[in-house]
Design a protein around this ligand. Structure first.
Ligand SMILES: NC(=O)C1=CN([C@@H]2O[C@H](COP(=O)(O)OP(=O)(O)OC[C@H]3O[C@@H](n4cnc5c(N)ncnc54)[C@H](OP(=O)(O)O)[C@@H]3O)[C@@H](O)[C@H]2O)[C@@H](O)CC1
Ligand SMILES: Nc1ncnc2c1ncn2[C@@H]1O[C@H](COP(=O)(O)OP(=O)(O)O)[C@@H](O)[C@H]1O
Ligand SMILES: [K+]
Length: 505
């Protein structure tokens, strides 16, 4: 699903109004009805307090209040009068609600006009103060109301976007002084970019996209800049195995991993790779790790370093079509030299760099220029900061990520919730699978193994990265059916890779 900018969202609304065609007031009615349908199906409450602004978001809130009328709920709508400029459609809905139930509607000029004590703790608050039209930090009356709502124990449902949050912002934006902390956000047609950034999860809560019938024609024409990766996209890139295939069809991968004390990383990445369908896997380990890898991963072949403890050399690269380097490596000088040598020998191979491979790059930045085009880097945020520098806010981090990928022509998988895979041309793919149980030692090593396996199977690097990230998260979600978020460990992700692949069929 494409994520649209605020400008594109406005254009999409207008395109739908012009081409469906539909009057804007009817579109608002449709949006409000979709919210109502969702609320009635999912929420069990007897009282609703609807806080409405003066723009079209407030118009949605006023329409929702009217639609609650046939139901046996207590309801009260507050028009937060922070501006005299009521939008045309908000005005129509204001009049309409006055006719339906004038008593439930109050205009609020001062915070004291609202008796917050009357709001029962189990009542639902609907936040329709600001939507996508917010264009500056919230001040004055609206700020006071938002702060007060955030102090209440009530469940809050935000319409379109939590009031005070912007769909997109730049690095100079230090956050609005007041933003609604929603439990649920019901957003229209496509999610907003800000929903996917860690710093905003405290405001957005669980978000749901409601299809209000805005025209797909317009969305299809837009460039794929920010994409939410869901099952339909993944099934479109997934290649089924052919009946008459043999292991030679699925590539020969080389994994360079492990050092004294960190052989576990090599084992986890190897297993992730094998369980993601590679034909053949060779693991290059220090001498000391030979017995460990052979007995823990009998399916893999071993290539043994002359060094007892660390990575100092690599096997002949001909014969491998994909290489991963980094899990459980180390950053000693001899390893850096071997890494640099290897980069100079790479020709047609696809490459993944993780963990200490990334730390070597951070400490030897000239090596970034030697990476083959479309190399996949898989940093967690700390590793990315070491690679590319620090950021002022998460939207700025996204900009740094795009600049970095464009400068070095690499693909970067920035890990976390909504892992973002950024392409050399700056396109960003946000993953939707995975859970906090995956924040556990070795989980990233498994991902490296999966990416390696898909590269060896000849997936183009951009598709290998997005598919691997999706499958890794899906395996984590499947693991959660038997485990808790605390008990889930990296081996559980490996064990559930089969279930993750099956979910694509
Ligand atoms: N278009 C459609 O077809 C559909 C739209 N829909 C709904 O419309 C919503 C977008 O509506 P919107 O554009 O009217 O913006 P909204 O956020 O309600 O109001 C902002 C207003 O407040 C003002 N303002 C801004 N910042 C401010 C601040 N800090 N402090 C004080 N004032 C501030 C600003 O005016 P300004 O003062 O800048 O002139 C603006 O007029 C969207 O989220 C969705 O819910 C749905 O019904 C589906 C169909
Ligand atoms: N809250 C979360 N939601 C979804 N995925 C997560 C979450 N926390 C961590 N993960 C995933 O778990 C993996 C952790 O990787 P990493 O930090 O490199 O771990 P390690 O270095 O221990 O192997 C990443 O793929 C990341 O996306
Ligand atoms: K809102």
């Amino acid at each position: 699903m494409k994520i649209l900018t605020p400008k594109q969202t406005r254009e999409l609304d207008q395109f739908t109004i012009d081409h469906e065609p539909i009057a804007s007031i009817d579109l608002m009615e449709r949006a409000a009805q979709k919210c109502m349908d969702w609320i009635i199906s999912n929420i069990d409450a007897s009282s609703y307090y609807i806080f409405c602004g003066t723009g079209n978001n407030g118009g949605d809130g006023l329409a929702i209040t009217r639609m609650l009328d046939p139901f046996p709920y207590n309801k009260k709508a507050f028009l937060i009068h922070f501006s005299d400029k009521l939008s045309k459609d908000a005005k129509l809905n204001y009049k309409h609600l006055k006719k339906t139930d004038a008593a439930c509607l109050s205009q609020i000029d001062f915070l004291e006009d609202i008796d917050f004590n009357q709001i029962e703790p189990d009542a639902i608050i609907i936040d329709a103060i600001f939507g996508s039209g917010l264009n500056r930090p919230v001040e004055g009356l609206a700020k006071l109301v938002i702060e007060k709502i955030n102090e209440l124990p009530n469940k809050v449902i935000s319409i379109d976007i939590p009031s005070g949050l912007m769909a997109e912002y730049d690095e100079s934006y230090a956050g609005s002084p007041a933003i609604i902390k929603a439990d649920i956000t019901l957003t229209f047609q496509t999610p907003k970019l800000s929903f996917l950034l860690p710093e905003n999860s405290q405001f957005v809560g669980h978000w749901h996209v409601l299809d209000i019938g805005l025209l797909a024609e317009y969305i299809e024409e837009q460039k794929e800049t920010h994409v939410l990766v869901e099952k339909d996209y993944i099934t479109s890139i997934y290649k089924h195995r052919l009946q008459h295939s043999h292991k030679g069809n699925y590539g020969h991968a080389l994994l360079i991993a492990g050092c004294y004390g960190k052989m576990g990383a090599a084992i986890l990445a190897s297993k992730g790779c094998l369980k993601a369908g590679v034909g053949l896997l060779t693991v290059h380990v220090p001498h000391w790790g030979y017995n460990i890898i052979q007995s823990s991963v009998p399916e893999a072949m071993a290539s043994i370093d002359r060094s007892e403890m660390i990575f100092t050399e690599f096997p002949e690269l001909n014969g491998f079509n994909a290489i991963a380097i980094g899990p459980g490596l180390n950053k000693k000088k001899n390893s850096v030299v071997a890494f640099e040598n290897m980069l100079s020998k790479i020709e047609h191979h696809s490459l993944v760099v993780d963990a200490d491979g990334l730390n070597i790059l951070s400490e030897n930045k000239h090596l970034l220029n030697k990476l083959p085009q479309q190399t996949i880097l898989t940093p967690h945020p700390k590793e990315f900061e070491r690679l590319a520098g620090s950021w002022k806010n998460d939207m700025h981090r996204l900009k740094i990520l795009k600049d970095f990928c464009q400068q070095y022509q690499v693909i970067t998988v920035l890990k976390g919730a909504y892992t973002v895979t950024c392409m050399p041309d700056g396109r960003c793919y946000f993953n939707t699978t995975g859970n906090p149980g995956m924040a556990t030692a070795g989980s990233g090593d498994v991902l490296t193994g999966i990416i390696l396996a898909l590269l060896a199977q000849n997936y183009p690097p951009d598709k290998a990265a997005t598919l691997a990230v999706y499958l890794h998260g899906k395996a984590g979600d499947k693991a959660l059916l038997q485990e808790s978020k605390e008990s889930l460990i990296a081996s559980d992700i490996i064990r559930n890779l089969g279930n993750a692949f099956k979910s694509l069929n």
